[in-house]
Design a protein around this ligand. Sequence first.
Ligand SMILES: NC(=O)c1ccc[n+]([C@@H]2O[C@H](COP(=O)([O-])OP(=O)(O)OC[C@H]3O[C@@H](n4cnc5c(N)ncnc54)[C@H](OP(=O)(O)O)[C@@H]3O)[C@@H](O)[C@H]2O)c1
Length: 256
Amino acid sequence: MFNEGEIKRENVWVTSKLWNNAHKKEDVIPALKNTLNDLKLDYLDLYLMHWPVAFRPGLEGFPEKDEDFLSLDEVPIIETWNAMIEAKKQGLVKHIGVSNFSSKKLADLLEKTNDAPEMNQVELHPYLQQKDLIDYCKKNNIHLTAYSPLGSGDRSDEMKAENEPSLLENETIKAIAEKHEASAGQILIKWAEQRGTAVIPKSTNEGRIEENIKSAAIKLNENDLNEIKKLDKHFRYVTGEFFVTEGNSYSNIYDE
Ligand SMILES: NC(=O)c1ccc[n+]([C@@H]2O[C@H](COP(=O)([O-])OP(=O)(O)OC[C@H]3O[C@@H](n4cnc5c(N)ncnc54)[C@H](OP(=O)(O)O)[C@@H]3O)[C@@H](O)[C@H]2O)c1
């Protein structure tokens, strides 16, 4: 694709993630190679360990019972991480990182490796501001990416809690949007950017993709930022409860 078109590979940033069914050391590079093959690429810019959760190798679909999981004693995160370091050495990826890691899990990993994650992709938005995690990552030179920055409204109903608060309909966000002649979505994206995080809003709509890119031109002032700070209520849209079975060890994946 890149050979034929005007856009050069080096001008595009491609991130992908290692799925939970390939955490064992012998499975990481084959899983990455499958992804490269699917994408018809020679390398990725960034490869992330998607969750600090391991499934039985090769498990297709979502786990349903305890036996579908391996514990982190059976497949320690450092085992998976060392295989990701090897992938970087082999030139299959330029950068490596993690996703959904608490500062506790990052600290455990940093104790065991000299090759720290360069990125942690986590849920971040005004209802889940995670200041302590941001401070920890900054101190340790780990970049953050904010996922579900708009409140992840297109998840299936079974993934949603009852009465989830809406970010896009929040009165404070809407008032700030009106003042800047912007949309609520643009304010949420700009807020993430002004905090120094990368931000990955998702849209399947051309107009909204364009609108989201244009949020770069907005500048939130001190007052706007103070108002948004007050919205924090440590609310997660992505609770991780879908990883919990009766007897497995994943009931507190965020360590809180
Ligand atoms: N690392 C992880 O474990 C993890 C977990 C969850 C999500 N993520 C990633 O995070 C990214 C985004 O998060 P997300 O998909 O959960 O949700 P999100 O970006 O917070 O929200 C997506 C929803 O917002 C709508 N939307 C987009 N722009 C809008 C705008 N300007 N105004 C109003 N509505 C707008 C979209 O609808 P339309 O399509 O109709 O515009 C869609 O329904 C994705 O790439 C996802 O893969 C990562």
